[in-house]
Design a protein around this ligand. Structure first.
Ligand code: SF4
Length: 237
């Protein structure tokens, strides 16, 4: 397997409206000025806390079964949707990104001191940063592969309704080694720091067209998930 690439990533542009969208506010009920002021203040604070970093590598795809993708080294990923989208890929990009532990620590401090509203807003801000940051980074990678004449599949990740087996995170960690940028898995195979994502994307010459579809389009939670609205409603650079 190739040596993983590690990069600090630029901060995505995040505005109050993005954070409100992440909380399920559809813009029909504009917030009071005092609320907007609080969100702007927390957003300003977050720029000192958010440290976007990513690690990624490629692994060869050796074959596909009905429900699993077989990778070089005897590793397997078990998602029927992944097989459908990337079963014909030559390789798989494994991408893991975090915005770091500082924001989790600050949220805990606010919770412990009873500043629950500020903890809540900072948590939403963190979710918005990781959703937009990872989406922006993966779009950039898609473009780079395209420039090399290669197609890519829809980025997918374990832990969404279309890919329930969270144990597959252990496979992604074995390949991409995100411990090198400070990530770990807890006993439930959830990533720490909390504001982190892991995604995989098939790469090759013979992949089905996805016509701009995103992973949320395949998720049963799509209608009720505010994070879906954050990415689809954002102006991506
Ligand atoms: S709708 Fe929500 S839960 Fe489903 S894939 Fe999108 S972000 Fe994940």
């Amino acid at each position: 397997m190739a040596e993983p690439v590690i990069r600090n990533l630029p901060l995505p542009e995040v505005g109050v409206e993005d954070v409100l969208r992440a909380e399920g506010n559809d813009g029909q009920h504009p917030p009071r000025q005092s609320i907007v002021d609080l969100y702007e203040d927390v957003l300003a604070e977050s720029t000192t806390l958010v440290e976007p970093r990513a690690i990624w590598t490629e692994v060869e795809v050796e074959g596909a079964g009905r429900n699993e993708l077989r990778l070089k080294g005897g590793l397997r990923l078990t998602s029927r949707l992944l097989v459908k989208c990337a079963g014909s890929a030559e390789k798989l990009l494994i991408f893991v990104m975090t915005i770091g532990a500082k924001i989790d620590e600050q949220i805990s401090l606010y919770q412990q001191s009873g500043n629950i509203s500020r903890a809540y807003v900072l948590d939403s801000v963190g979710s918005t940063f990781i959703a937009l940051g990872s989406s922006m980074a993966l779009s950039g990678m898609e473009k780079k592969y395209l420039e090399l004449g290669l197609k890519t599949s829809i980025p997918l990740g374990p832990g969404h309704s279309y890919w329930k087996r969270l144990e597959d995170q252990q496979v992604l960690f074995r390949i991409a080694q995100p411990e090198r940028i400070g990530l770990s898995l807890n006993d439930s195979n959830l990533m720490l720091p909390r504001k982190s994502v892991s995604m995989v994307m098939g790469v090759g010459n013979d992949l089905p067209e996805h016509n701009g579809q995103k992973h949320c389009d395949f998720c049963t939670l799509r209608g009720n998930c505010p994070m879906n609205k954050v990415v689809s409603g954002a102006k991506m650079g």
